[in-house]
Write a protein of this length. Structure first.
Length: 216
């Protein structure tokens, strides 16, 4: 069987082909200068593929830019929605806190009004109790009931006031009698005709008193 590449069949190399030698030296042996690297020579098919790859890369870059812009816009929209939601939650929380404070204040005011109403309604009863005490008639079971009633009103914040010797104050005293005396230096309560009653923030009834002024 003969070798197609060597028709003579002798096995010797074809003198027409000869050995192929590639000169890879970077210096030109004739000029001694550095050789410039030879640019690769592309086949037409490779050139078309390279051009197509560049075109696709450009399209991908454009798509990436559009996608990035869309993502940034979406993130900005979501951030705006989040901030609006947080602002709405903050406003709702502030409204709730204001409602709680207002409710507590209204409840306290309603309690005070209730106590004042009860105290004002019981003033005639308290006057009778005080009158009976002064005449020595407050004895037996009635005395115990009267003491419990006065203690209950005191716990609710109803205070009885008015003492002999106090400086007369028209804001809390009502003068039913008036005279002059040499032993006082300013208007003074000489006698408490009816005690006054008050709560922490209002006068239920001014103390009714007899007042003496210093002599001119």
């Amino acid at each position: 069987m003969t070798d197609d590449r060597n028709p003579s069949g002798s096995g010797a190399p074809d003198p027409e082909e000869g050995p192929r030698v590639t000169d890879k030296r970077r210096l030109d042996p004739e000029t001694g200068r550095l050789r410039e690297p030879a640019e690769p020579v592309l086949t037409p098919e490779e050139a078309v593929l390279a051009e197509a790859a560049e075109a696709v890369a450009g399209v991908e870059d454009d798509l990436s830019s559009d996608a990035l812009a869309a993502a940034e816009k979406l993130a900005a929209d979501r951030l705006d929605e989040l901030q609006r939601a947080q602002a709405a939650h903050y406003n709702l929380e502030q409204q709730y806190n204001a409602y709680v404070k207002r409710s507590k204040a209204e409840a306290a005011a309603a309690h005070d009004r209730g106590v004042a109403s009860v105290g004002e309604a019981l003033i005639p009863v308290l006057d009778d109790i005080e009158l009976a005490r002064r005449h020595g008639d407050l004895t037996g079971p009635f005395a115990s009931i009267a003491e419990k009633l006065e203690a209950t009103l005191q716990r609710l914040g109803v205070e009885r006031y008015g003492e002999v010797g106090e400086v007369f104050d028209p804001a809390v005293h009502e003068a039913l009698m008036h005279s002059h005396a040499a032993d006082v230096t300013e208007p003074t309560v000489q006698q408490v005709l009816q005690p006054g009653y008050r709560t922490a923030d209002r006068i239920l009834r001014a103390a009714r008193v007899a007042v003496v002024d210093p002599e001119a």
